[in-house]
Design a protein around this ligand. Sequence first.
Ligand SMILES: Cc1cc2nc3c(=O)[nH]c(=O)nc-3n(C[C@H](O)[C@H](O)[C@H](O)COP(=O)(O)OP(=O)(O)OC[C@H]3O[C@@H](n4cnc5c(N)ncnc54)[C@H](O)[C@@H]3O)c2cc1C
Length: 482
Amino acid sequence: MKRIAIIGGGISGLAAALALEKSRKDGAPLEYVLYESSPRLGGVLVTEHVDGCLIEAGPDSFLTEKPWATDLCREIGLENQLIGSNDPDRKTYILVKGKLVEIPDGLLFMVPTKILPTVFSPLFSTRTKLRMAQEWFHPPHRANGDESVASMVERHYGAEMVDRLADPLLSGVYGGEASQLSVRAVLPRFAEMEAKSGSLGRAMLAARRKMPPSANGPRPLFTSLKDGMQQMIDVLLSRLTSSALRTNAPVQSLQPQDGSWLVSAGYASDEFDAVIVATPAHIASRLVQMSSSPLAAELRGIDYTSSITINLAYDQRVRSALPPGFGFLVPRSEGRRMLAATFVHNKFPHRAPPDRALLRCFIGGARSEDVLQLPDEQILHIVQLELRQIIGLTADPLFTRLYRWKSAMAQYGVGHLERLQRIDNLLSQIPGLALAGNGYRGIGVPDCIRSGGVAVAKALAAIGLAEAASPASALSGSKLLP
Ligand SMILES: Cc1cc2nc3c(=O)[nH]c(=O)nc-3n(C[C@H](O)[C@H](O)[C@H](O)COP(=O)(O)OP(=O)(O)OC[C@H]3O[C@@H](n4cnc5c(N)ncnc54)[C@H](O)[C@@H]3O)c2cc1C
């Protein structure tokens, strides 16, 4: 009987456990143990029900175009629980000089694909609009190496596009800054389009035209679950062997022995043939120190930011007075603490009763990591003050819920892909050790699920129970908030 340990019980580790459970049921001679330091499984996927409202503490949905989360939901029997975002009402605003300005129709991430809405949009100055027109004629450009998203976007559309769109959109996804994040890791399609076509606008339009029309109409941008993201965790857990799941079990050390691994959690140590480390990379770094200090150093180099989500519920009067749409993003130049706010009652209408407004605000990220030091009351005060200044919201909330996520969002800095290559090279010398999680090849829930499956394939191959895993290649970010 072969034994595999999984360290970390977030969605990455649980997806790995599900894959191992499947192999076991298919007859593979193996058993697994999953170690989770906290009392609950699911990591940042947490849903609460308060006074008729469904509150998401961490992710509220995932990008529909990435199949791995939907596939997992289907596999565990949740297909009929999948719901889409309310896209007919999708509208996102950007705060510009204190006022909310709608992102014009046809803007894909920051690439304009429709002329008229962009020309008439007050979001951009005439100068930026001229840059957009010139961008159409950019010749193909193959960059020598990686660069930041800000530098690429500025080359195409100018600094205003970085400030008003690239930076706020990336803050919403990574809590990161466009000037720090790697274009190759975060927006690989942009790097490819630039190399092939030069103009991102032309390439995006051509790609759109090639897309076959969907038989059931356009798919929603975001997918979630009727009962919230934690529904995925709860049902997934019911498919696992409960005696294999150890909560309140922080792994302190991982010691390579002659062809095996000693995992120590609390006062107990246990021996395994392979180990999947599915924690954030900064924790993985500590755990692999005894196996390879160069690997530990590479993992330490992957930065993480922290964030806080603040949910506020209001009555019908507030709901009627709020702007339509999914919410707004706040550029750094506006000098606010808030990164973004989602109008949950519009994005997923059944998550709030018809006479309630539910807002979900984000604060923190690379922009203001220090905010995590503040007590809850002060953070709530800041959020309510900024809501008053931005959307004129003066009413007292019916209730609030605040969740802190310390060092939970990985930052794919410039050179991230090269770092991953070095990590892969180092791992190839350590058979039986695999990594999963949001620090590597995608921060969104679907990518994390995929990372768990890839890690299992690698671990099984190392112990002679499967063919060698094919390396995951596609890199991309998660959904865009709000
Ligand atoms: C506020 C927020 C909003 C987000 N919104 C979205 C969204 O809308 N859509 C989307 O697709 N993605 C979103 N993301 C990103 C996505 O949710 C995460 O990247 C993903 O869920 C991470 O899963 P994970 O299992 O890799 O890590 P985690 O969920 O962080 O789980 C890691 C687990 O490891 C455990 N652990 C740590 N150290 C040890 C140890 N020594 N021993 C044992 N266990 C240990 C931790 O307790 C934790 O449970 C969001 C993230 C955050 C924080």
